[in-house]
Design a protein around this ligand. Structure first.
Ligand SMILES: [Zn+2]
Length: 243
């Protein structure tokens, strides 16, 4: 993670936490010293250690094994690159989170659900290996290696702002609930806030018809994205750069 990105993410986090404090929500958290340490450590480990380390490994492996592919997709339009991030980062993170609610991976994610409060500060409250094993972070590293660094900066800032808003004790979308027409979409805004169970016990995510359909669409997107990416990379590699 470069310095600008760390600064942007820090600003989002500090901004939301400050609003929670000013609104008097943070004072009701009843957070222990342990909570403070876990929340802070979770963010610091991801921003300073885990993600930079994964990106560094991807770059090193890429440079030594596949140097011809570095920045192979640099000329891709920004919206196409953003679509790739949506498929290979956002969607994979969705799957990894769901998988982390299984008995096997629950120990990596349990800490996130043991907080007795909902807040912007507890988003990164996960086991160190939750992020080390997260395929989305590795895929983002690969896309950045392929030339998506600038798009990633904007994409990640928006993504983190959305995730932070969904977990924040500042109920910024409360006013939207009063508009009848918007009601069906409101669960999307603050879904985690509404559904988050604060428990140390394993928490199964519901399997509804809507979630099955969503999964089918996501799987289709994933494999379409894979074939598009493969075609694009092989095309960019088969043509000389100056063409
Ligand atoms: Zn969860």
């Amino acid at each position: 993670m470069n310095k600008l990105q760390t600064l942007l993410l820090l600003l989002i986090l500090v901004g939301f936490v400050s609003v929670e404090y000013l609104l008097g929500r943070a004072q009701k958290f009843d957070a222990s010293k342990g909570d403070n340490t876990i929340d802070l450590l979770g963010f610091a480990l991801l921003a300073v250690v885990t993600q930079p380390l994964i990106f560094w490994i991807v770059t090193m492996v890429g440079k030594s094994a596949l140097p011809q592919y570095q920045n192979a997709l640099i000329n891709l339009p920004w919206y196409a690159m953003a679509a790739l991030f949506l498929v290979f980062d956002d969607m994979l993170q969705y799957w990894w989170h769901r998988a982390s609610h299984s008995a096997l991976l629950w120990p990596l994610h349990r800490a996130h659900h043991t907080a007795h409060y909902m807040s912007a500060r507890m988003i990164y409250r996960n086991n160190f290996f939750y992020y080390v094993g997260m395929p989305a972070v590795w895929m983002s590293g690969i896309l950045v290696y392929l030339g998506g660094a600038n798009v990633y900066l904007v994409y990640l800032t928006i993504k983190i702002a959305v995730i932070t808003g969904a977990h924040s004790a500042w109920r910024w979308d409360e006013a939207l609930y009063k508009v009848k027409a918007l009601k069906p979409s409101c669960g999307w805004c603050s879904g985690p806030f509404q559904r988050h169970q604060r428990t140390g016990r394993i928490m199964r995510l519901p399997m509804t018809m809507a979630s099955v359909i969503t999964k089918a669409i996501l799987v289709t997107c994933f494999f379409s994205g894979m074939s598009c990416l493969a075609r694009r990379i092989s095309r960019s590699n088969s043509q000389p750069r100056w063409v």
